[in-house]
Design a protein around this ligand. Sequence first.
Ligand SMILES: *[C@@H]1O[C@H](CO)[C@@H](O)[C@H](O)[C@H]1NC(C)=O
Ligand SMILES: *[C@@H]1O[C@H](CO)[C@@H](O)[C@H](O)[C@H]1NC(C)=O
Ligand SMILES: *[C@@H]1O[C@H](CO)[C@@H](O)[C@H](O)[C@H]1NC(C)=O
Ligand SMILES: *[C@@H]1O[C@H](CO)[C@@H](O)[C@H](O)[C@H]1NC(C)=O
Ligand SMILES: *[C@@H]1O[C@H](CO)[C@@H](O)[C@H](O)[C@H]1NC(C)=O
Ligand SMILES: *[C@@H]1O[C@H](CO)[C@@H](O)[C@H](O)[C@H]1NC(C)=O
Ligand SMILES: *[C@@H]1O[C@H](CO)[C@@H](O)[C@H](O)[C@H]1NC(C)=O
Length: 578
Amino acid sequence: MNIQQLNRIGQYTSFAHLLLHNLIISDFLFAGDLRIISTTQENKGRLEIYHNGEWGTVCDDGFENVDAAVACKQLGYCSGVAVAPSAVHHGVATIWLDDVNCNGSESKLLNCPSNDGNHNCQHTEDIGIHCFLSCSTENNGNLRLIGGATNNEGRLEVNFYGEWGTVCNMQNTGSALVACRQLGYCSGVQLPSEAVNASYGTAWLQNVRCSGTEEGFVNCSSVFNPTTCAQPYDVGINCTQTCLNAGDINLFGGKNENEGRLEIFLNNAWGTVCDDYFENIDAEVVCRQLGLWGGIVIPAAAVDNGYDTIWLDDVQCKGTENRLTNCSYRGSPVSCNHGEDIGVKCFVNPPTEDQGILRLVGGSSGNNGRLEIKLYNEWGTVCDDSFENVEAAVACRQLGYCSGHVLKSTVVDDGNGTIMLDDVDCLGSEDRLLNCSYDSYTGDCGHQHDIGVYCSFECPKSGTLRLLEGSNKNEGRLEVYIQDTWGTVCVNNFDTIDATIACQQLGYCSGNAVLPNLVNDGTGTIWLAGLLCSGIESRLVNCRQLDSVIQNCRSYHDVGVSCSLNCPSAGKFLHERL
Ligand SMILES: *[C@@H]1O[C@H](CO)[C@@H](O)[C@H](O)[C@H]1NC(C)=O
Ligand SMILES: *[C@@H]1O[C@H](CO)[C@@H](O)[C@H](O)[C@H]1NC(C)=O
Ligand SMILES: *[C@@H]1O[C@H](CO)[C@@H](O)[C@H](O)[C@H]1NC(C)=O
Ligand SMILES: *[C@@H]1O[C@H](CO)[C@@H](O)[C@H](O)[C@H]1NC(C)=O
Ligand SMILES: *[C@@H]1O[C@H](CO)[C@@H](O)[C@H](O)[C@H]1NC(C)=O
Ligand SMILES: *[C@@H]1O[C@H](CO)[C@@H](O)[C@H](O)[C@H]1NC(C)=O
Ligand SMILES: *[C@@H]1O[C@H](CO)[C@@H](O)[C@H](O)[C@H]1NC(C)=O
């Protein structure tokens, strides 16, 4: 060691201190030396500078790529870029430099103008640097696949400046095609993010978007902004030697390969399909063409918008076609926007002979529990939206019981498979749940809404009454059980005496008819009409009825009643009628 070096160390007060601190613990340190603090890679991390005998940090105020390049060159790299404080671990020691302002020709960061020693920064502003391993651009844009089960799939990595990094958030389906072609395959698709093992390395490119016809991946539109990709957005692809043909379709951006935004390959590029007139029958053709089963429309609002051409509009299939292009449609240009891109959900298995059978899961005994239905050889749950006692009774009858009622989703254990049916709406006379009207698209329902039922072998006696859809349990639409089904009562001629008999039969003491416009009409058979109760009947079905009035009931509402446990002070009106 010579005097010059000792002078450069500068701050040390004694040679003994120098020996202890530096000769033993590390190499010689000089004022202005730099280091990168990182837990992942040595060329990227928090920048630290040795100053006044102590390592400290550099504030991000005014720190740009030109400053990072000076720091990287000082560290022996060819160049580099700045890394925002949010992407590095913060330091704890002194903040040595602020407002660093290099012009690029300096050989040491300390030689650059800066607010030496004074700063108005916090450690949340500690700057990082990312130094390039090589300044040759020869291999920039080279691609490789990493960590896949087979060679043709895995996380997509791209090389820049001698370093392999990832691609963060690839936006469209043409991008995987271009990447796979560059890798020597004929086509390929993006993997769902769950299928990609995350990397914590550099994400060189963000928001890549290829039209599909680019010469190489670097020719696609993208943002070159080396940072770390917020997991799980590292892109993975699955390439194949199978080439695409015009009219090929695929589902993109869904939870799995069986569902997602529908895209069709036409004119050498992927594009989307407009939702106008697109129904389940069209979705069935899609699933058949994909070698899958079923076919449920996922509304445009529930799929991520596509980016490229909208190839098809007004798709109308007969249902027998094997390819979507065999259906009638209107081709591009179409008058739709990407907010109308349709999605489709398919099933992996063909339907079995027992398609639509039911089971009860997780109940306190066999006759109750979460309701599950088997579709396409897969058990799934039913959403509680509009699922009421009428629907529960149909389910229980299908299960071989005579009656049943709803168990609210809050009291049944949540299922975990596919949610098969939503908005189930039965008339009450169906013998299978699948004969009721329902919505197969259940994406707006979660497992916390899985419905349950409680079934019983006991049938209601003919003439049994119930109240439905009231705001309290003592009021609602009046329904009567006759010939093994629940039906309604016609409002014509219905008066307080009839309401009182109904309420007394239900265990109340008095009752009133509810204004017809406050009652939701039922959907089943109208069993009773033109009632003329005398006031002494014990059951509503024992009341006299005006003959043949049920036919006239179409233009009337169903009866609703409001019952009370309070008894009338005197039975005056009853006597009047008597
Ligand atoms: C950069 O700054 C140094 C002094 O810090 C100066 O000597 C040099 O001329 C400057 N170079 C340019 C290109 O401005
Ligand atoms: C992820 O990593 C695991 C274990 O390293 C491996 O078995 C799996 O195939 C990888 N998956 C993908 C999609 O790269
Ligand atoms: C693609 O990008 C490379 C590298 O930037 C460039 O040399 C080439 O000319 C580009 N090709 C096209 C067709 O733009
Ligand atoms: C990649 O595609 C092949 C079929 O082309 C499929 O068998 C394989 O499961 C796919 N890999 C992943 C991870 O999805
Ligand atoms: C679909 O159209 C192709 C020609 O594009 C034809 O060969 C095929 O028979 C058609 N199939 C059906 C089921 O319509
Ligand atoms: C789903 O629930 C069934 C029992 O109801 C259980 O056997 C299975 O492991 C669960 N699957 C998942 C992925 O949780
Ligand atoms: C239920 O639907 C099946 C076919 O889907 C039909 O055969 C049966 O008659 C229907 N039953 C009722 C009560 O609607």
